[in-house]
Design a protein around this ligand. Structure first.
Ligand code: NAP
Length: 336
């Protein structure tokens, strides 16, 4: 790309992720010449702020992407399938947050700290991985490079913001209703989420895993460029507003001691280690919210096997798990 300032479109700008994209573009001083904000018909005419100016939200039409350099999509897979090819035909490069294109072999699935070299292969679309996968692979990458990971067993504790803005409202409404002895409404989740844990994220597949769990399996292998890694996941929705937490158990080919792991992770890009159990310090979702780093702690040997470790990994799912990762990809694109 030759120009120094870019025309950027955000599709899904009124959503949990899209809104954060707009803030992060501003915060990181992305060289924006013009910003176009798109959402559904419901939001047409709404004003959002960018760089101190009000920008009108529009619905997408056939000319929406004319002259756009980079289109950040965050409006769900069906919208991406419908509109991303149109944006590419108009000359834009699409960074897509949905699951629409992630597992298409020719489409790069990118976490900038892990596999930035794959970006150059793009043919107009770059996929942003699933939020739970992003934070896990940022931590696993340096370990995999050092001692090769054979198997990963992960259980997630995912916040409601991962489902979008309606789920954030549902949790707060249920909490208020329960404290006021009123009946609760379950519209986003199949069961009460307030004061509960739901062992279901997304729908079930034929193998009895959920789609979210299988995304973690398949996307981890694609991003780490190693189909031999065994991954098994249990994805759980918890009544937390922002920040996904994960208990991750790994088995490695070569032995990695706790001290060696701490050394590796304290130098890993995008990772911040918080692991001082003497003073009860470990990563917490409430502290990760609003932060860019992926936090890791509770690093300890799995004493039930010869070469294994347990880790606790936490990150802001809306930032590193979605909006920030997409904008880091865009930053690489404009530097190419
Ligand atoms: P959300 O809060 O529900 O927002 C959805 C956005 O899509 C809204 O701006 C909505 O506009 C817009 N939209 C809906 N239909 C549209 C249409 N026909 N044309 C244009 N825009 C339309 O959801 P979200 O959490 O931000 O997630 C958005 C996408 O990012 C999803 O694909 C999700 O899987 C992915 N993602 C989310 C996370 C996360 O942690 N939340 C992480 C990674 C990836 P209105 O406001 O007008 O309805």
């Amino acid at each position: 790309m030759s120009s120094k300032m870019y025309s950027v479109a955000v599709v899904g700008a009124t959503g949990a992720v899209g809104n954060e994209m707009v803030s992060i573009l501003e915060e990181r001083k992305f060289p924006v010449r013009e910003i176009r904000l798109f959402a559904s018909e419901r939001s047409e005419g709404k004003m959002l702020e960018f760089d101190g100016k009000g920008i009108t939200v529009k619905k997408i039409d056939s000319n929406s992407f004319e002259g756009v350099d980079i289109a950040l999509f965050s409006a769900g897979a069906s919208r991406s399938k419908e509109f991303a090819p149109m944006a590419v035909r108009s000359g834009a490069i699409v960074v897509d947050n949905s699951s629409a294109f992630r597992m298409i072999p020719e489409i790069p699935l990118v976490v900038p700290e892990v596999n930035p070299h794959t970006i150059v292969r793009h043919k107009g679309i770059i996929a942003n991985p699933n939020c739970s996968t992003i934070q896990m692979v940022v931590v696993l990458k340096p370990i995999h490079d050092a001692v090769r990971i054979k198997r990963v067993v992960v259980s997630t504790y995912q916040s409601v913001s991962g489902t979008g803005k309606r789920a954030i409202d549902e949790l707060s409404q249920q909490v208020r209703a329960l404290f006021n002895c009123r009946e609760i409404k379950c519209q986003v989740y199949p069961h009460q989420i307030a004061f509960n844990c739901l062992p279901q994220i997304d729908t079930f597949e034929d193998n009895h895993y959920t789609k979210e769990e299988m995304k973690m399996v398949n996307e981890t292998r694609k991003i780490l460029e190693d189909d031999t890694i065994g991954v098994t996941a249990t994805a759980v929705r918890v009544p937390v507003f922002y920040g996904h937490s994960e208990s991750v158990n790994i088995e490695t080919e070569k032995k990695l001691t706790v001290n060696e792991a701490r050394e590796l992770l304290s130098n890993a890009p995008g990772v911040k280690m918080i692991d001082n159990i003497d003073v009860l310090e470990y990563p917490l979702a409430i502290n990760a919210a609003g932060r860019d780093e992926v936090f890791v702690g509770r690093i300890r040997e799995d004493e039930s096997i010869e070469k294994g470790l347990n880790l606790w990994i936490v990150a802001d799912n809306i930032r590193k798990g979605a909006a920030l990762n997409a904008i880091q990809i865009a930053e690489i694109l404009i530097g190419l």
